[in-house]
Design a protein around this ligand. Structure first.
Ligand code: UGB
Length: 595
């Protein structure tokens, strides 16, 4: 080794020794002569030291975890050995009945003991958006970014507490998203949140592994290949930052985990929380009905080896597991056409007390796995370097018999609609019979959830025919946005909306806690937008709204490719234009009537 001591401080020198003892001589074998390329050597040692401190157990801990997992992968170890799959116990919340209301009411009472965790470190390569996904508008009637929508939900939760306190908001970012997420929060005054309630945790990349012996892979002489470690990093960061323990100390009893582009997640929050509270679940997976074979993790109860656990089983592993155990036909549909194993949508409700205990026990390293692509049948070489990964939904893998996992099944479009694919891939997915998960479908489903709320309140909601825009399904209307400030539960919508009708292609936006509509009819294509500040009590009674409304205008081919068209419009293929919508805004407290 040609590693001159001049470039390494004492700590770095010790780390070099540790790495040499861990069989990583190759990292230093080709070093230039002492005094040559000192800057690069120093930067390399600093990067090693940085990774060493950010991973619990340090670099040598990472290497030994990698060796163990790679040996298991090579041996073809069956992770389900001795386990029998069963349908998980589920709480069915797919219909908006008295049970749903019961759980929503319970959950709403628990808002003051809840924190929200948003994992937003993903680059969104499939979407191909140049900014961060949190900045993409979930709808373009008023152009509300996901981050603004989530912040509005947190503020609405606070406004519904008997003694209001800010809901802690934990955002996990990565090098890919950190600066832009911070910039977005700063530029928008934290979207009305208090700076102190927002906690940003940054995940680090981990070193790639070149072979079964756990040699760290070099990109060049003084640079490691680094790769993302997955959204399971959130657990490690909640532990190493001390935030989990602090929040528990501050009286937080549940954490609600959401992904970056799911505008529907907070529809499920109150009832999901209610279930967790009443059933005492340590871990509650929010799920949707899944078609057999659908590319979506399947929630499965696994019994054996003296334990019983409900876990997310990746869809490509479920079918072989079923065939090898309880179902020779594999993953088969029930009478309604759904798999017995509901789909994980990665909305999780985790009980704080059990969470903190598990984090203390594991340092937050949750069920790491490795997925090497081998270059040969004997599994001696990889096609390209691999790395350890972790997924946040795998926390129950560390549960013992005392911890309770549960599954709450919600209507799919009510609880989940992500924006993950660019328009070309989204159209191809639709053509193949799968969900498009695009900007257009996410927006369409956002309005659909609004229609569900109006219908639940007894309004006559006429729906428009689904259309294809650039090969992607979109229901043009009615476009209904009931902002979180207006209602967080169905019971609240019922209190504030009585009767009335909304026709195809109309638009209704309600933003403010004290707005009531009684027998309001919005004619096809027309629009009513009501915004009311706190303390403004606004009523609309026996009103018929007829105006030019908002029009959905597909982008022309030229607009679709023009540099002048905002990227967020291009990824959905249309824009929405105001053609004389009725917009009633109340910025001062008082009593108002809309006529
Ligand atoms: N994310 C991070 O914060 N850090 C990371 O290192 C990686 C991701 P993707 P994918 O929605 O149907 C998930 O890339 O592969 C954040 C679940 O694992 O969208 O589609 C990222 O910013 C899967 O079980 O994940 O898979 C985003 O917010 C299923 O639920 C989130 O993690 C699937 O989503 C998900 O990242 C789904």
């Amino acid at each position: 080794m040609n590693c001159d001591k001049l470039t390494a401080d004492k700590g770095e020198q010790a780390l070099i020794e540790e790495l040499l003892n861990a069989g990583q001589e190759h990292l230093f074998a080709d070093w230039d002569a002492p005094g040559v390329n000192n800057d690069q050597k120093t930067a390399f040692l600093q990067s090693l030291a940085h990774i060493n401190t950010s991973y619990p157990g340090g670099l040598t801990g990472y290497i030994s975890n990698a060796r163990k997992l790679l040996a298991e992968a090579k041996a073809g170890a069956n992770p389900f050995e001795g386990l029998t799959p069963e349908q998980p116990d589920t709480v069915n919340l797919t219909t908006f009945d008295a049970t749903y209301d019961h759980y929503e009411a319970l959950g709403q009472n628990h808002f003051s003991k809840t924190a929200v965790v948003l994992v937003a470190g993903g680059l969104g390569e499939r979407l191909g958006y140049s900014g961060i996904k949190l900045d993409i508008p979930v709808e373009v009637t008023e152009t509300t970014p996901y981050l603004a929508h989530y912040a509005a939900c947190l503020k609405a939760m606070e406004a519904r507490m008997s003694t209001p306190r800010p809901v802690p908001f934990i955002i996990m970012v990565s090098d890919d998203t950190a600066a832009k997420t911070r910039a977005s929060l700063e530029a928008n005054g934290f979207f009305g949140l208090k700076k102190e309630q927002v906690h940003i945790l940054k995940q680090e990349l981990v070193p790639a592994i070149a072979d079964n012996d756990g040699h760290l892979a070099l990109k060049e002489k003084y640079k490691l290949i680094l790769k993302p470690h997955g959204h399971g990093d959130i657990h490690m960061l909640m532990h190493t930052s001390g935030l989990a323990a602090r929040l528990e100390h501050d009286g937080i009893e549940h954490l609600f985990f959401v992904q970056d582009t799911n505008g529907q997640a907070f529809n499920a929050l109150p009832a999901a929380l209610g279930v967790s509270v009443e059933k005492g679940f340590d871990f509650n997976s929010i799920a949707v009905n899944r078609i057999p074979g659908e590319a979506c993790g399947a929630l499965t109860k696994l019994i054996g080896n003296g334990n019983e656990l409900t876990l997310n089983v990746e869809y490509n592993r479920l079918d072989p597991l079923l065939r090898a155990t309880v179902s020779p036909e594999g993953d088969v549909p029930n009478a309604e056409g759904f798999s017995l194993f509901p789909g994980n949508i990665n909305i999780l409700v985790i009980k704080m007390s059990s969470y903190v205990q598990i984090l203390n026990r594991t340092q937050g390293i949750i069920a790491e796995f490795v997925n090497p692509k081998y270059a040969d049948a004997a599994k001696t070489a990889f096609k390209s370097p691999t790395r350890l990964e972790t997924m946040m939904q795998d926390l129950p893998k560390l549960f013992g018999p005392r911890e309770k996992t549960g599954v709450s099944v919600f209507d799919r479009k009510w609880a989940f609609s992500a924006n993950k694919n660019n328009i070309r891939d989204a159209a191809a997915k639709h053509a193949a019979g799968g969900p498009s998960e695009s900007g257009a479908t996410a927006e369409s489903d956002f309005y659909h959830a609004g229609r569900i709320k109006l219908a639940a309140a007894g309004m006559d909601v006429e729906t428009a025919e689904e259309k294809l825009i650039l090969g992607i399904p979109f229901t043009p209307g009615p476009r209904v946005v009931l902002r979180p400030a207006f209602a967080m539960t169905l019971a609240e919508v019922r209190e504030k909306i009585k009767g009335g009708k909304i026709s195809g292609n109309a638009t209704l936006v309600l933003d403010g806690k004290n707005i009531t509509l009684e027998n309001v009819e919005i004619a096809g294509g027309s629009a009513l937008v009501v915004r009311a500040c706190d303390g403004a009590n606004v009523t609309a009674e026996n009103l018929t709204v007829e105006n030019g409304g908002f029009e959905l205008v597909p982008l022309t081919d030229e607009e679709q490719t023009s540099a002048a068209t905002p990227e967020y419009l291009k990824l959905r293929g249309y824009r929405i234009e105001n053609r004389a919508a009725q917009i009633a805004e109340f910025k001062k407290p008082g009593e108002y009537t809309i006529s």
